[in-house]
Design a protein around this ligand. Sequence first.
Ligand code: ARG
Ligand code: ZN
Length: 855
Amino acid sequence: RSIWLADYQPYSHVLDKAELCFRLAPKGTRVSARLHLRPSAAARGRHVLRLDGEALRLVSLRLDGQLIDLTPDPTGLTLPADLLPDAPFVLETEVLIDPVSNTALEGLYMSNGMYCSQCEAQGFRKITFWPDRPDVMTRYTVRIESDLPVLLSNGNPTASGPGWAEWHDPWPKPSYLFALVAGDLVACRDSFTTMSGRKVDLAIWVRAGDESRCAWAMDSLIRSMKWDEEVYGREYDLDVFNIVAVDDFNMGAMENKGLNIFNSKFVLADAESATDDDFARIEAIIAHEYFHNWTGNRITCRDWFQLCLKEGLTVFRDQQFSGDMRSHAVKRIEDVALLRARQFREDQGPLAHPVRPESFVEINNFYTATVYEKGAELIAMLKTLVGDAAYAKALDLYFSRHDGEAATIEDWLKVFEDVTGRDLSQFKRWYSEAGTPRLEVSEAWEVGEAGEAGVYTLSFTQHTPPTPGQKQKNPRVIPIAVGLLGPNGDEIRPTEVLEMTEVQQSFRFEGLTARPVPSILRGFSAPVLLARDSSAAERAFLLAHDTDLFNRYEAGRSLAREMLVAQLTGGADLRATWAAALAALIRDESLDPAFRALTLRLPSEDDLAQALSERGHLPDPEAIRSARRAAQDLLAGGLSADLPGLIAGLASDRPFLPDAEGAGRRSLSAGLLALQTRLDGGAAARQAFDAADNMTSAIGALTALLDIGAGGAELAAFAARWQQDRNVMDKWFMLQAALAAPDQAVELVAELAAHPGFDLKNPNRFRAVFGGLSANHAGFHRADGAGYRLLADWLIRLDALNPQSAARVSAAFETWPRYDPARRALITAELDRILATPGLSRDLGEMAGRMRAAG
Ligand code: ARG
Ligand code: ZN
């Protein structure tokens, strides 16, 4: 049942071109396919032909026009070698599929009366019999027959008439990039002229009524197209670019050639209904999917083990884009916070896997933070190691050498080796070995003889703990960006990149007149855990003085974390140092409000549980919550005289703009309002909620209220205003689940799941409610196991309809080995109950099995 990278074999045949015809009907769509095949050079002589196919009703099968009588097996169709010519031939199939019953949202399905497809990774085999693997690429001609007014597929439109439309995609592509949409949709249109003068018609297709919420996505698309030309020299290659918004979608969005399909929550936005975070995410995801046109589509993956080839690189590119559009420091801080919260958590638990996995049961379970976010970190490290100029050259070579191909990580690394002459075999371990390296640092200072300069030495030791299936780890190449500060806070050595390759290594800094304060891992130059015993005073010093904005933030974060860990484990009391340092930063109006807002944010309860378990302590969820809230109270108390003035100073009477400047102000304002709410019982937040003229401010105020157990009236008002709006109501469900008091969360979530607005078939709603529950650390981890039980009950229910979404949400259980024996027993019992469910999907079965195996 496991598929192995080591077993890769090229396909037996070449698919020269293909014609598809869809006669759409909700319960019986008829798909005819003509595949123009020939034996590949490698597989000359007679060879069986294997086609993938699942849940298809085969109506007819013809080889060069001749009917053949063959019965498919549950996963496909094998044509025996003696039937096949040793020359080009045409295979025609006709199948019936049932889009209405497709609740898995993979293949062709229906959402609110609209036909929609999702083929990555292996959904095309649920549409027709096909070599459904990314290294089989071909040119598609598609005909769609339906009475629906809008009929879309990949490539360029070639002809249409009443009840039909034809599309041709001139670019060879694998089946996972196929897409089809049919519905009663309206378009928001614009156009873009590429650098060589090609005029591209742009359209975002939405339900009537949503047209007014497309402007931001369109603007983001145009900026993405321009940016990819300017920064990577990549031009768009079709006459049209279409985006469709759909409410029922398993993931964020999909880069189908010329026809991107988006979860509607990542397209639709206006000031009233979307927060600044929504706007930023839309900008990033629009860019991400657009950038895939080159990194993913023009150059695709040879097999699914190479998923990071397109995802890591494309995430890296979208991060660069967002940094250019907004602030690089703020973007980096946000990205690292996400990496630590999701990927470090994954890497430290039973689901840890290499950026390029070696085996899988269900590939959909590997669209993970490790493949995406850590994959992007590997690109960032490569760029740091080779430098910007060599990176640009290597990318040019990658695009010219592999255009039109299905490539591998080896191909990717080879372009860097060829451009720089570097040997990247050690670097490659980052792709094959799972786990987060721990980097220990010690330092030495040798005072010079009278009149002579001193020498400062930094010594590093790297160690990566074992992960499932990988006991022994090898030393990695770690780029460590370091700068040195002098005793009064000026930078005495600018950033330099130390290249660590051994288990243990020292670096000397000569010619110093006084002992420096080191600023290590600037910009988070490698995805490692930095373990360094430094004093609270030193962290406060860096928080006040570091010239690297990321490390300045990092000093504040680590100071807060050490303070809270000490509170929870009976260590020294660091509260006064922390509160004073943070208050000084908050009051410093010369600093970007967005930066101050991020530094103000305390580590989450889950982050603290992770920090405790890294240090060998058992996290107590209730105690973590109390310590964290006590720290907020302390900070609020210390700032009480300043808060109203600071908040008022951040207000603006300009109309809402979703730009970085406005978002930063609103973000700091919301952080301060949350503190104020802890002092005034909610008076200021109620006022702010009533006065809010945009969703960001409304959600900020509502969050502050719910966090102190208030906000009932505001919740009701919110629901009354937004009940018709699915995407906005997801926020209503999510906030309640995530912010309920620990002893009420489980009951509340059970009620939300019984609410008439709850819809098991809509992944966003499920994620809002149950993702909300698992984000409620103390509520989910309630000592009697009720949180675990409730989640398992609903995962089992969802699995019967939508295995992929059930499997994703099940990762809420991945942290179980951190906790005390009683909680561990409760969680593993739920995993066992899931595993014992009759008819359990491959998706959820693999996830529960991997999590359980850690015991
Ligand atoms: N390639 C898409 C993206 O990163 C993700 C689609 C994943 N879908 C899935 N069913 N695994 O933008
Ligand atoms: Zn992607």
